[in-house]
Write a protein that binds this ligand. Structure first.
Ligand code: DCM
Length: 151
């Protein structure tokens, strides 16, 4: 009986570890320029429409997180960014785990436009708390404000 209990416990732990390792990664981009960060207003799904986020999306198989940041900003904002390291800690979300990356615009890149969002705006540190952020992103606002104010 003890053996069977231990085996069941081991199987459960293995399953949980596999789920953690395999959790899909979603990257979000803290695009910073002149002490402001770019916030994007979601247009979908209905439950999130109108709320603000750091633009990003799922990392594709075989893709690095930095490459995903560049791709998502090109697809969603029509601009070119240079990733510049992580911001804050891993955030658990329904879809997996959210990782925020800092980025700066590449010189001469087009101004970000809301190609998939309802709106985009450059936000100053003192305005961060006023936006209706999606839940996960709200958790990095402290780190984000510190980053903007350190420039
Ligand atoms: N997501 C999030 N915060 C972000 C970007 C994405 O919480 N800054 C979540 C919303 C979705 C999932 O990640 O559940 C995938 O994002 P999308 O629907 O934009 O592909």
């Amino acid at each position: 009986l003890v053996h069977r209990l231990l085996a069941a416990r081991a199987a459960a732990l293995t399953q949980r570890a596999t789920a953690l390792v395999a959790a899909p990664v979603v990257v979000a981009t803290a695009l910073v320029r002149d002490g402001r960060v770019l916030a994007a207003q979601r247009s979908r799904p209905a439950a999130l429409a109108g709320r603000w986020e750091l633009p990003g999306g799922r990392v594709e198989p075989g893709e690095s997180e930095a490459d995903a940041v560049v791709r998502e900003c090109r697809e969603e904002l029509g601009t070119i960014v240079r990733p510049d390291g992580r911001l804050g800690t891993d955030l658990p979300i329904e879809a997996g785990v959210l990782r925020v990356h800092r980025a700066t615009p590449v010189p001469g890149a087009p101004e970000p436009r809301p190609l998939e969002h309802r709106d985009v705006r450059w936000v100053e540190p003192h305005e961060l708390a006023d936006l209706d952020w999606v839940d996960a992103d709200r958790a990095v606002l402290g780190d984000l404000a510190a980053e903007l104010l350190s420039q």
